[in-house]
Design a protein around this ligand. Structure first.
Ligand code: PLI
Length: 462
């Protein structure tokens, strides 16, 4: 076994079905990106060669999952696939009650509405776009309590997703525990570069919040990737299966919101899972207003079956090692070429540090947005901006947030691309880096009110 570990790893699957993709000419890509307002979200997918926009809902399902799709029980109420999903969530995550939702933000919406009162504060280990917006729409204010290392892309700290317990204590002292409905803890923090939280830190967060009677809610979208990092990096876990690590992580929390489009290997789906019977009762009631009956939550029976099967596959050690291993493969290639990326390499994506990539472009000229567009222009590879555009505006003052991290995310769908695709991506990024001095910033010409990064349009600056 040890000897095997010294050698190259390979994916624990073989490919049974393929989907053609097409390379385009540079002149065409110039037109496509201009028509898309220099926003990679507004490109047509058929004009993209290698699509690293997101790992959300873009993974390849297994033959077992596809077989499960034919076993969909499409009853309005009490579908057997719901009960299968409920069993899987209880077994692998350990929560008592399940409310399915159409995707992660559906769960965030329900949770925010039932738990947050106007004037409340919600501490979290860095914001996530949809999560913070739902907290704000419910009248809450998000407070960042992540460790300082998370804001420094070059810091090589192994658990940059950790909560800074002093910051959390300071907030409790300042506003009072009664104004903190829960602590929002993300596993592998997306906006920090796919960085994990340590088990020890989760345990400490539980200890502190218990004293004050504050709940802890996990954002479990990529909790299994986090569990893998705990296995690899945290003393005492090297021989523990990720499935067991996941259960322990969840045991320090009171519930979770879940976008099953990530870890759970499905194209659509999510859930809210809770331990408190009263809170569950409220969630079960509200879900019928926005998503659907509490035994389907906006999903078809077949979607819930694929999710139940996906959860079971997602906790396999072989699967998660290959998944994160592919991200590391791309990250190392870029590091070898001295391209500035967030360190350590993340769990679901490699994040380019646009501040160091384009030192001459100020943040108010959207360097990461420009970089994502330039990579698409070079090779048809699509990534996404995770910087000032994604951070949006302060709802009170209307001023732009200025996040410390100005990044482009190259996000790897699960079980979709090969290492040869990663080689092509790396070559393109290196080429764009070579031409970095020629790059120019952008100006915003259209800005929607909510989650502007999805639909904003830009023009190049001369
Ligand atoms: O896209 P949803 O609604 O299924 O999930 C929202 C969501 C919640 N939490 C976290 C950490 C996410 O990453 C997340 C969605 N992420 C997307 C779409 C992404 O591209 O990262």
């Amino acid at each position: 076994m040890d000897e095997q570990h010294q050698r190259s790893w390979a994916e624990p699957f073989k490919i049974k079905m393929v989907e053609p993709i097409r390379m385009t000419a540079r002149a065409d890509r110039e037109r496509f990106i201009a028509e898309a307002g220099y926003n990679t979200f507004l490109l047509r997918s058929e004009d993209v060669y290698i699509d690293l926009l997101t790992d959300s809902g873009t993974s390849a399902m297994s033959d077992q999952q596809w077989a499960g799709m034919l076993l969909g029980d499409e009853a309005y109420a009490g579908s057997r696939n719901f009960y299968h999903l409920e069993d899987a969530v209880r077994k692998y995550y350990g929560y008592s009650y399940l409310v399915p939702t159409h995707q992660g933000r559906g769960a965030e919406h329900i949770l925010s509405q039932i738990a947050i009162k106007p004037g409340d504060f919600v501490p979290g280990n860095m914001y996530f776009t949809t999560t913070r917006l739902h907290q704000e729409l419910a009248g809450g204010t998000f407070v960042d309590v992540i460790v300082d290392e998370a804001h420094d892309p070059a810091a090589d700290y192994p658990f940059k997703g950790n909560v800074d317990l002093e910051k959390l204590q300071e907030l409790i002292d300042r506003v009072g525990a009664e104004h903190i409905p829960y602590v929002s803890v993300a596993a592998t923090v997306n906006m920090a570069g796919g960085q994990p939280i340590a088990m020890e830190n989760l345990r400490e967060v539980r200890k502190l919040t218990k004293i004050h009677g504050i709940r802890v809610i996990l954002d479990a979208a990529r909790a299994i990737e986090n569990a893998y990092f705990i296995q690899q990096r945290e003393p005492g876990y090297h021989d523990t299966p990720v499935a067991k690590i996941l259960r322990e992580m969840c045991s320090y929390t009171d519930g979770c919101t879940m976008s099953a489009k990530k870890d759970a290997l499905v194209n659509i789906g999510g859930f809210l899972a809770l331990n408190d019977a009263n809170l569950y009762d409220e969630a079960r009631n509200l879900v019928v207003v926005y998503e659907g009956l509490h035994t389907y939550g906006g999903l078809a029976g077949r979607d819930m079956e694929a999710m139940a099967r996906g959860i079971e596959e997602s906790v396999s050690d072989d699967h998660i090692r290959a998944r994160v291993g592919q991200v590391e493969y791309l990250g190392r290639k870029l590091q070898e070429a001295d391209v500035p990326i967030v360190r350590p390499i993340g769990g679901h994506a490699v994040y380019l540090d646009a501040r160091r990539f384009y030192r001459h472009i100020p943040q108010d000229e959207y360097p990461a947005q420009a970089l994502a567009a330039n990579i698409y222009l070079d090779s048809g590879v699509r990534g996404m901006e995770r910087g000032i555009v994604s951070a949006g505006r302060d709802p009170q003052t209307g001023e732009n947030h200025h996040p410390s991290l100005e990044l482009v995310r190259l996000t790897i769908p699960r079980r979709v691309y090969t290492q040869a695709h990663m080689d092509v991506v790396a070559e393109s990024v290196v080429e764009v880096y070579r031409h970095r001095a020629e790059a120019r910033g952008l100006k915003i010409v259209y800005e929607p009110k909510y989650l502007r990064f999805f639909q904003a349009r830009f023009d190049p600056l001369d």
